[in-house]
Design a protein around this ligand. Structure first.
Ligand code: FAD
Length: 307
């Protein structure tokens, strides 16, 4: 089924994510990405089959990540998440390399597929593609979406400062612009030191940004992945993490176990400190997502029961 085709509804209860954050003390969500080649699209459906019984509160689907031109697969995958698995999808949408006309087309596809939650992003700069001029920042897209009034809008935030921004103070000012423009919740870039997240959250609240902030957690289970991630998003590596990498980096099974244990430890600490949401970057690996989810499921249940 292509993106323009609405998969028949099977009793899906539509849920805007702002309602979810009102109902739950801790929201637990996953992120997946469309496979690079459209010919491999089946692999994402196998992944979703395996992820769906882990009961995430929502699953987000990336859009043209890395500055690649987006195809229709984000909407198609989000639609399957909603109508086949009855899990709320959050469709990412980037604007820097888009025109208003193209964004209008994507919004129509989202409407046709009854997708109500959008993570509104500027998108990464692609050195080989000059940006278009209709949108400069995510805030411009958020304003436009808010004007439509029918979508719940999330936005990205950066505990270690966005790489293009000179300092945290300015980055948080721009973050506030996104929230003032209509973002109802924030999802953080991955980080490996929870203190970075706590310091950031303190400054965010001090700046008067009161919307829920989900902590983005990436289980790092092989050396190549970590090198790529750090160069892409500039996350710093705590000594403890570097030691793990040096000790186990050449042994795939040991590195996987250590990476999962590290992510679980981060999540346990975040939940104990009252974080409002955990967003797990699954890297489309359901086995790793399963081990992490099972390790923290009772903590999340317990926190959601607590007064
Ligand atoms: P913005 O909020 O627009 O900020 C970008 C930069 O501009 C920041 O340095 C900010 O401080 C600065 N800025 C903002 N407003 C102003 C202003 N008025 N004046 C001057 N400077 C300003 N990328 C993809 O391509 N696809 C995805 O699906 C995707 N998903 C993501 C999910 C999450 C949770 C995160 C954290 C990132 C994701 N990204 C994705 C990456 C993201 O697109 C990049 O980090 C991008 O460089 C910034 O996007 P943004 O929406 O945060 O931009």
């Amino acid at each position: 089924c292509g993106a323009n085709c609405v998969i028949k509804k099977k009793g899906t209860n539509a849920m805007k994510l702002n309602t979810l954050f009102e109902q739950k003390k801790i929201v637990f969500s996953f992120e997946v990405f469309p496979p690079k080649k459209t010919s491999s699209i089946q692999t994402i459906y196998d992944t979703l089959d395996a992820l769906s019984d882990l009961n995430p509160d929502f699953i987000s689907v990336t859009y043209g990540a890395g500055g690649n031109p987006a195809d229709h697969s984000t909407v198609e995958i989000a639609s399957t998440i909603k109508h086949k698995y009855h899990i709320e999808p959050l469709a990412h949408l980037t604007c820097l390399n888009s025109t208003k006309e193209h964004i209008g087309q994507v919004l129509n596809e989202l409407r046709e597929n009854e997708i109500e939650n959008i993570l509104a992003l500027r998108g990464d700069r692609n050195p080989d593609v000059p940006p278009k001029t209709d949108y400069r920042y995510a805030r411009d897209l958020i304003e436009e979406l808010n004007h439509h009034g029918e979508f719940d809008i999330a936005a990205a935030c950066y505990p270690e400062v966005h790489p293009e921004c000179p300092d945290m103070e300015e980055d948080i000012l721009h973050l506030k612009e996104k929230v003032d423009a209509g973002a109802s919740h924030l999802i953080s870039q991955l980080f490996f030191d929870n203190n970075d997240f706590y310091n950031f959250l303190y400054r965010v609240r001090e700046a008067g940004i009161m919307v829920p902030v989900e902590a983005g957690i990436m289980p790092v289970t092989n050396r190549k992945q970590i090198e790529r991630m750090v160069s892409l998003c500039g996350a710093s590596l705590p000594k403890k993490f570097v030691k793990i990498m040096h000790r186990y980096g050449d042994d795939p099974a040991a590195m996987q176990d250590a990476g999962i244990a590290y992510a679980v430890e981060q999540i346990v600490d975040l939940i104990s400190n009252g974080v409002q949401g955990i967003h797990l970057y699954t890297m489309n690996n359901p086995l790793i997502a399963r081990r992490i989810s099972q390790s923290v499921a009772s903590l999340i249940r317990c926190s959601n029961r607590a007064e």
